[in-house]
Write a protein that binds this ligand. Structure first.
Ligand code: BGC
Length: 485
């Protein structure tokens, strides 16, 4: 999706100016927004709903983990097929499928009379998230005018964080016994996603790929100034011709030695984004606050809403504003340091709690945990959250981008699944302190990984990024020689 993020073809095209173009760009933005919102909402809702579900169905810790984590399992499977399906059937049909899955999942979860049916609903919602997480940014990046495309990925992340915030807000407004309503609410943006998707045109790039030039022009005419349509169309045609010159790229090409470094960077980042603990906190925030001694459910939901939900949204703005100014690596380094320090603080808080009189230690641990989680979430939100998705979207050559992005996304969900599935078991087994120290240790590994393997892609065109992969030597050497923009 990111030749878009390169400078290619940007010269003649600019940000939208005429009213009609503005209207269509806004529609594209809305579709991306609803997809991100649903993604976030369905991830975040479990934090508030879990307590009520547990009361209704009297489920074990393991079953709670399954109810929480099977969303990510569904997302993993769907992410793997989403790229290929979107290439075969188009972006719009896949967005419609995602919308339908979101609605079906919401209804099944909302009316479930037992844990098994609830898990089926979670899985279906997960399929929706998996499709949306691959197809929505792809569609948006292909349809947005070049000059504003760079902002799309972090804006998409913003929609995700807003979705999580909305889920927390609804949980705060409702009693935990009203968990069915919490799930059902997701059907509303699902319907809105379907309505807006029906109004938007299919991606012009997809039309060009399948040889429907006239349709591609009609689609481009909606989001491009009339005087720039010809230029935009020939740019897309040239790019697609280039990408498909040697026929369709298959999985063999994705796994070829030439792609190895880029594959390791994308998959490594995708995994580190999860094993440093973000979704343990997004999903289980209420429970973490409870363990830290915040006993009232109302206080837990408030802490989750503001410390996690609101901080996440606000700090993502920092990334949107600075990702192209500071660069990817500095944001990752700063974020990982903040995450490391805060995780250690939370871990130390929990460690102290178990060694001192619980009555006396409780409130201090509660405060440390709250402050620690604010710093953790903020550090993640301006770094690993958006930057990982941005890098993944820009490091692969067009020919293999769809498959490679799907693969990295699937690894991301796979790692998210492991964390969601085993977090409670881990805290039951080795305790909160050790678990948070483990996440902190992963931050150290992530730091070393970024330091050694992840190139700075800020301001570089796709071609320069591809040339870089072909050079031997460490990232640091390339850093010195590559042009600055
Ligand atoms: C991650 C999600 C996470 C979200 C939190 C995203 O970048 O991929 O797993 O829940 O950030 O804001």
């Amino acid at each position: 999706m990111s030749s878009d993020l390169s400078e290619q073809g940007t010269s003649a095209s600019g940000a939208p100016r005429s009213r009609s173009v503005m209207k269509w760009v806004l529609m594209v933005g809305l579709v991306t927004f609803f997809a991100g919102l649903l993604f976030g909402y369905d991830q975040g809702v479990i934090a508030g709903a879990l307590a009520g579900v547990k009361d209704s169905f009297k489920v074990s810790t393991f079953a709670s983990e399954v109810i929480t984590s099977w969303v990510t399992l569904g997302a993993l499977v769907a992410a793997l097929v989403a790229g290929i399906a979107a290439d075969r059937y188009g972006r719009r049909p896949m967005l419609l499928v995602a919308g339908l899955l979101f609605i079906a999942g919401a209804v099944i979860q909302g009316v479930a009379q037992g844990a098994e049916v609830l898990v089926v609903g979670r899985l279906i919602t997960g399929f929706g998230i998996g499709f949306a997480s691959v197809v929505a940014p792809l569609y948006a990046a292909e349809m947005a005018p070049p000059r504003i495309r760079g902002r799309i990925v972090s804006t998409y992340q913003l929609a995700i964080t807003f979705g999580i915030f909305c889920a927390y807000l609804i949980s705060d407004l409702l009693e935990s016994s009203e968990w069915r309503t919490m799930f059902l609410v997701a059907a509303v943006p699902g319907v809105l996603l379907i309505i807006t998707t029906m109004l938007i045109p299919e991606s012009s790039r997809w039309y060009v790929k399948v040889g429907r030039g006239a349709d591609a022009r009609r689609s481009l005419e909606k989001v491009t100034e009339p005087s720039e349509v010809d230029q935009a169309l020939s740019t897309v045609q040239a790019e697609v011709a280039d990408e498909t010159a040697d026929g369709e790229a298959g999985w063999a090409e994705v796994f070829s030695p030439r792609m190895r470094k880029a594959l390791i960077v994308g998959i490594g980042l995708a995994i580190f984004q999860q094993i440093t603990g973000i979704n343990a906190i997004i999903y289980y925030a209420d429970k973490i606050f409870e363990s830290a001694g915040i006993t009232s459910t109302a206080a837990q939901t408030k802490a989750t809403l503001y410390c996690v939900g609101l901080t996440n949204v606000l700090a993502t703005f920092v990334a949107v504003a600075y990702i192209d100014r500071f660069g990817r690596r500095p944001l990752l380094f700063m974020g990982l340091i903040g995450m490391f320090v805060s995780l250690c603080a939370v871990a130390m808080g929990f460690a102290t709690q178990s060694t001192v009189d619980p009555g006396a230690g409780t409130s201090i641990v509660g405060i440390i945990t709250m402050v620690g989680l604010v710093v953790f979430i903020a550090s993640f939100a301006f770094s690993l959250g958006p930057v990982v998705w941005t890098i993944i979207s820009e490091i692969y050559p067009g020919r293999v981008r769809g498959r490679a992005v799907s693969l990295a996304t699937a690894f991301n969900w796979g790692a998210a699944f492991l964390v969601a599935q085993f977090f409670l078991t881990l805290t039951d087994g080795i305790g909160e302190a050790a678990t948070f120290f483990l996440f902190a240790a992963m931050c150290v590994l992530a730091f070393i990984f970024v330091w050694r393997y992840v190139p700075e892609t800020r301001g570089r065109s796709l071609e320069e990024i591809q040339e870089m992969w072909e050079q031997d030597g460490a990232i640091a050497d390339w850093e010195k020689t590559a042009p600055r923009h």
